[in-house]
Every structure is written in structure tokens, then in C-alpha cells.
Design a protein around this ligand. Sequence first.
Ligand SMILES: NC(=O)c1ccc[n+]([C@@H]2O[C@H](COP(=O)([O-])OP(=O)(O)OC[C@H]3O[C@@H](n4cnc5c(N)ncnc54)[C@H](O)[C@@H]3O)[C@@H](O)[C@H]2O)c1
Length: 325
Amino acid sequence: MVVWQGYRMHILVTGGAGFIGSHLVDRFLAEGFRVRILDNFATGRRENLAHLANEPRAELFEGDIRKLGDLAKACRGIDVISHQAAIPSVPRSVAEPVLTHETNVDGTFNLLMAAREAKVKRVTFAASSSAYGDVEQSPKVETIRPQPKSPYAIHKLVGEYYMNVFAKQFGLPTVALRYFNVFGPRQDPTSQYSAVIPAFITRMLAGKAPTIYGDGQQSRDFTFIENVKQANFLAATAAKVNGEVVNVATGRQISLLQMVDLINKMLGTNLKATHEPERAGDVKHSLADIRAAETLLGYRVIVPFDEGLRLTMEHYRDLAKQGKK
Ligand SMILES: NC(=O)c1ccc[n+]([C@@H]2O[C@H](COP(=O)([O-])OP(=O)(O)OC[C@H]3O[C@@H](n4cnc5c(N)ncnc54)[C@H](O)[C@@H]3O)[C@@H](O)[C@H]2O)c1
């Protein structure tokens, strides 16, 4: 591995103040990288970076991926970009299609232009399993024709296509990681667009029934954050990438009703979910084939679902004890 001036490589993490991005920052620092964070705090939180206040290898650059000038500055001297910044919500993309398009599509395109200009050596991209939509075939393999059902799914798919074209046409190595429902500590449980696991856990810890949109039979390949960190580290350091798209998941499927049961067991409670109508754009089932990530990146699941759920529960329990969310 090449060592530059005492650090392994200089990586830019866009969206580094967010849930996933901040975990990636920690992992890259632990691997001996120097890390620059680009974030406008649209959905990210300063608390996610508070522990880095005295870390000399971490630098915060407050800026917006919708602005080319900000990206040009943020890309200076960077070896690899881990592009996580986005407004990452299916319902929000339905409610606010313009803002989310500008961030997720134009922002990603701007980032690639700036990366190319700055002669960055590689870009890795946070893609999404939502690209598959309601494709019947299961597990979902990357060769399936995507059927995006929401503006958000289209945004993420456009990002993948751009990644591929920049690799093939402009010689900028890229790889897109299609995350499947990531969960873990630091995920925001308070927004109306919150992901299901932190929303369920925080309600159930407070003795309240979780709300399920639909019948609860819908299932997901819930992926604990440690696995996503691993995939991103491998993607940043793999010998060669060239515009590929790979699923990042566990290859296991859990329904929302099963999850409520599991949380009840862990808490020793017997809370029953209340049901609301299905939400626009939500897909019914989602399970990944993870062989492409295994082959291309040497990816393996390192923390299975139940263990991840237990760790996440402990995190939110600690926060509740401290009176925080
Ligand atoms: N969480 C999941 O399950 C999941 C699944 C698939 C894909 N993804 C993708 O992973 C990435 C990270 O998601 P997350 O769950 O950590 O969400 P998050 O909202 O916690 O993180 C997104 C970050 O991007 C920042 N951001 C938004 N707009 C920006 C802008 N214009 N300029 C600069 N920064 C901006 C936000 O402030 C935030 O810190 C996103 O690209 C998302 O689409 C997430």
C-alpha cells in the first residue's frame, strides 16, 4: 500500500456528517487515511463529528455539492472520493422532487466533473437497492433491469450510470455500491422520514407501539453499518474498479412484523404495531444477491442482522438514558 506523507491516502467523504458518512470517516481514519468531510448539514448532524474535534487527520469543509466551486475546492489534493452526500429518502423525493433531484442528480454529476478536473484517482458512490423497485426476481442480482418506483430511486440510478460513463469515457475509476437498508447507531430517529429501525427502536424503548405502513409483511435485507464500512473500505482500496455496480447487503430478508417480534424479545415487551396505509413509492420485498461484491471486492458479511440490531438497540438505550435522541 502506498503511503503519502505519513497517511495512506487522502479521501474526501461527501455527506461525512451523515449517518453512513460519519461511520465511514471513522473507519478511514482507523485505516490510516487522511479525511476531508464535505457537508452542508442538510440532514447531517454536528454531533456525528464531535468526537473528531482533536483529530489532526480529519478536516471539515462546509459546502454544497450543488455548487461546482465548493466541489472544486473540496477535491483539491484528494486521492479518492467516497460520495455519500444526498437527500436520502423515498417519501421526501415524492414530496420534494426538485430539491432532491438537484442534490442527488445534479450534485452527483457536479462531483464527477470536479473529480475529473482535480485528477482524483477513484470515486466510490452510495447507490441504492431502491433502483430494483418491485422486480419479482429474488434475490436481486445486479444484472436485473432496474424498475425505479420513486424519484429517489431514479436519482440513485442516474448516479450509477454517470459513475459508469465517467469510468468508461473519461478514465475516472468508479464503483457504485447499492446499499440495502442500512441501519446502526447515529441514524436519525426523529425526522418524519426516518428509517424504520431507529423509528421502531426509539418508540418501543419508550413503551410505545411502532407504526407500520401496510400489513408488515414487507421485507428488507437490513444491513448493519459495519458491513457497509467494510464494503466502502474495500471499494476505496481494491486493486481495480471500472464503473461496476455491486449490491452491499447480507443476503438475508426480515419482515417488519418479524422485526417488531425481535425487538419485543430483546426488550421483554409485548407491543403490537399499529398499521397505517402503505406509503407511495415503497417496495414490497428486497433481498440481495451479494456474490458480485464478494468477487469484485472480497466483501463478506461481518456482522449479521440480529447482532447488529442488538448493538443498535444498546446505542439508542444509552441515548435514552442520557435524555438524548
Ligand atoms: N441509509 C440507507 O439505508 C441507505 C440505503 C441506500 C443508499 N443510501 C445512500 O447512502 C448515503 C448516505 O445516507 P445516510 O443514510 O447516511 O443519510 P444522511 O442523511 O444521514 O446523510 C446524507 C448526508 O449528505 C449531506 N448532504 C445533503 N445534501 C447535501 C449537499 N447539497 N451538499 C453537501 N452535503 C449534503 C447531509 O447533510 C448528510 O450529512 C446517501 O447517498 C443515500 O442515498 C442510504
